[in-house]
Design a protein around this ligand. Structure first.
Ligand code: ADP
Length: 521
C-alpha cells in the first residue's frame, strides 16, 4: 500500500493511533488521536512520546514506557493494557493501549493504538491489565457489592446520566444517554463538551464548573450522527471534600413523547377552537337564514288579514308567496334535521328498484317554477336508466344540485343537466355558468356547514348543509359525488350511482359528461 493510501486509512480509523520513530518521537497521529488527546493538527509530530505519558509512568525497570510495553507484548498476547495518558492541557485520561513495532526502509516504527475503555468495567470478566503507579501491570480488583449496586442503578436508570471532569471531558455515561445522543459510547467517553457547537449547552457546562446548577431544554443535534432529539437536561456540579468543583453530572431526559403529546394537545385545542368558530358562524348564518323568510311571510299574512277583515277579495298570488316562504322555512328546518340524523347515523334510506331518468324529470318539473330567467338544458339516453335507490332522497340530491346551480349563476345563463349510463354506472352532471368554486376549497365543499369564501351571507343565502347531506345519500347508495370548477367559469357537479344491472360496481374516476342536448321549456 502506498504511503498516502496508508495515511488515508489511518486518518479514517475510529480508534486513536500514534506512530513514532525508533527514538520515540511522534511522526504522525490520526484525527481520532488528536481529538482524544486534545492536540491540534501538526502540533504533536516531532515531540517525544513521553509528553503523552504522566511523569510517574515514564520509566519502568530502567526502560521507557513504550519499550516496557513492547517488551511485554508476548506476555500480553494481544490484550490491551489500561494506562493513564496525558492530554495536551495536562489532565489524565484512562485508555487501553496496544503497541506494535516494525522495521522498514526509514528505520524502526512504533505504533500505539488507543481505545477508550468502557467505563465501570466488570473486572470479573476478561481481566484487563493495568499499569500501577509503580509501573507494574496488575489485574484490576473485583467490584464490591456496593459498587456493583451503584453500577446497576447508573446503567438502568430511566434517564440519560453522564459525568464530566473539569476539562470538561465526559468520563462516564450510561446506555440511555448513549441512545439519546445517537452516538456510540466510545465516541462519547472522552468527548470534550467544549467541542459541542450548542452555545446553550456550553453555558450550562460553564455554570456547573462555577458551582451552579443549570437547565437545558431544546433539540440536541448529535455531532456524530446528525440526529436531532428534543431533550430536557439538568446539570449539577460535583464537589470534592474540600468543597471544590471536580466536574459535573448531567441528567438528560428524552422528551420526544412529551413533545408529541403537547403537539397533539395543541392540535386538538386548535380543532376545538375551529369547531367553536364554525358553530358560531353557523348560528349567525342559521339565524339569518331562518329569519329571512319570516319577515315577508308575516307581512303577507298581515295583508291577508286586513283584506279579509275589510271583506276585500284575496289575491291568490299573496297566498302563493306566503306559502313559498313557508316552504323555504320548512326546507331549512328539514336540512337541519337531516344533518343531525346523519351525524347520529339515523338517516334511513329505503332502497328499491327505480328509474333515475324519471326522478330527474320529476325534479325538473317542480323546479320549472323556480328557474326564473335561467334556461335548463337536459340531455339523457333514450332508454330507461334503472338503479336501486331511495327516490325521495335522490330527488333531494338532484334538487339541491339544481337549486345551487340556479342560485350561484347569473339569471339569464344556462344550467346543463346530463344523464348517461357508463359501464356499471349512471352518471348525472349538473353544470352552470356561475361564480365557480376556489380550487383550494373544493375538497371541503361536502363538509358540514362549509360555504366557499366567494359566497357572502347577504348575496347568497344557505346553511352549507345541502352538499353534506347529498354526499351522505349518494355514498350510501354505493355512489360518488364530486365537483369540477374554476372561479368565475361555473361549476359542474357529477353524481355516479350504480346501475341496477351492475354486479360489483366501483365508482368511476371523476370526468365530465358529454352527450346530445335537449332543451327543457
Ligand atoms: P349552501 O348552498 O346552502 O351554502 P351547499 O352545501 O349546497 O350549501 O353548498 C355548499 C357551498 O358550496 C356553498 O355555500 C357554495 O360556496 C358552494 N357551492 C355549491 N354549489 C355551487 C355552485 N353551483 N357554484 C358555486 N358554488 C357552489
Amino acid at each position: 500500500m502506498a504511503g498516502d493510501d496508508f495515511r488515508e486509512v489511518m486518518d479514517a480509523m475510529a480508534d486513536p493511533l500514534v506512530a513514532c520513530d525508533g527514538d520515540e518521537r511522534v511522526l504522525y497521529l490520526n484525527p481520532a488521536a488528536e481529538r482524544l488527546l486534545g492536540w491540534k493538527p501538526g502540533e504533536l509530530p516531532g515531540r517525544p512520546f513521553t509528553c503523552l505519558v504522566p511523569e510517574r509512568l515514564r520509566s519502568f525497570e530502567g526502560r521507557s514506557f513504550l519499550r516496557y510495553l513492547l517488551g511485554r507484548r508476548r506476555a500480553l498476547s494481544g490484550r490491551p493494557v489500561r494506562v493513564s495518558l496525558l492530554r495536551r492541557e495536562g489532565s489524565e485520561l484512562e485508555v487501553e493501549v496496544t503497541v506494535g513495532t516494525s522495521m522498514g526502509g526509514g528505520g524502526e516504527r512504533i505504533a500505539v493504538v488507543m481505545r477508550r475503555p468502557p467505563e465501570l468495567p466488570d473486572y470479573t470478566d476478561e481481566p484487563l491489565e493495568r499499569l500501577s503507579s509503580a509501573g507494574h501491570p496488575r489485574t484490576a480488583p473485583p467490584v464490591s457489592p456496593g459498587e456493583r449496586a451503584y453500577q446497576l442503578v447508573f446503567e438502568n436508570a430511566p434517564l440519560g446520566l453522564f459525568h464530566f471532569d473539569t476539562t470538561p471531558i465526559i468520563v462516564a455515561c450510561n446506555d440511555y444517554f448513549v441512545r439519546i445522543m445517537g452516538s456510540s459510547k466510545r465516541m462519547l467517553i472522552g468527548l470534550n463538551l467544549l467541542t459541542l457547537q450548542d452555545e446553550a449547552i456550553l453555558a450550562c457546562v460553564r455554570d456547573v464548573l462555577s458551582g451552579r446548577h443549570a437547565y437545558y431544554e431544546g433539540e440536541y443535534h448529535s455531532v456524530t450522527s446528525g440526529k436531532a432529539t428534543p431533550v430536557r437536561a439538568h446539570f449539577a456540579p460535583c464537589f470534592n471534600e474540600d468543597g471544590q468543583v471536580e466536574g459535573g453530572v448531567g441528567i438528560v431526559e428524552d422528551v420526544t413523547e412529551q413533545r408529541s403529546a403537547e403537539a397533539e394537545r395543541d392540535r386538538l385545542f386548535r380543532e376545538a377552537q375551529e369547531a367553536i368558530r364554525v358553530r358560531d358562524d353557523f348560528l349567525t348564518i342559521a339565524s339569518h337564514e331562518l329569519k329571512t323568510p319570516l319577515t315577508p311571510l308575516s307581512l303577507r299574512l298581515a295583508s291577508l288579514e286586513r283584506r279579509l277583515e275589510r271583506k276585500e277579495p284575496v289575491d291568490p298570488a299573496l297566498l302563493r308567496h306566503a306559502r313559498q316562504h313557508l316552504v323555504r322555512l320548512a326546507a331549512l328546518i328539514n336540512d337541519l334535521l337531516d344533518a343531525s340524523r346523519i351525524e347520529a347515523g339515523r338517516l334511513a334510506l329505503h332502497l328499491e328498484p327505480t328509474r333515475l331518468d324519471a326522478i330527474i324529470e320529476r325534479v325538473l318539473t317542480v323546479m320549472d317554477a323556480e328557474r326564473g330567467q335561467h334556461r335548463i338544458d337536459y340531455s339523457h339516453p333514450p332508454e330507461a336508466v334503472r338503479i336501486r335507490g331511495d327516490a325521495y332522497r335522490l330527488e333531494q340530491v338532484i334538487a339541491n344540485l339544481l337549486e345551487n346551480a340556479l342560485k350561484y349563476s347569473p339569471a339569464d345563463s344556462t344550467v346543463r343537466v346530463t344523464l348517461d349510463a357508463r359501464g356499471d354506472f349512471a352518471l348525472l352532471s349538473v353544470a352552470d355558468e356561475g361564480i365557480g368554486i376556489p380550487r383550494d376549497q373544493q375538497e371541503q365543499l361536502f363538509e358540514r356547514y362549509f360555504r366557499a369564501r366567494n359566497v357572502s351571507v347577504t348575496s347568497y343565502g344557505g346553511l352549507g348543509l345541502g352538499l353534506y347531506i347529498s354526499r351522505d345519500i349518494v355514498e350510501r347508495h354505493g355512489g360518488r359525488i364530486w365537483v369540477e370548477s374554476e372561479v368565475g367559469r361555473g361549476a359542474t357537479f357529477h353524481v355516479a350511482l350504480p346501475l341496477l344491472s351492475a354486479a360489483n360496481p366501483t365508482p368511476p374516476e371523476p370526468r365530465p359528461s358529454t352527450g346530445p342536448s335537449q332543451q327543457v321549456h
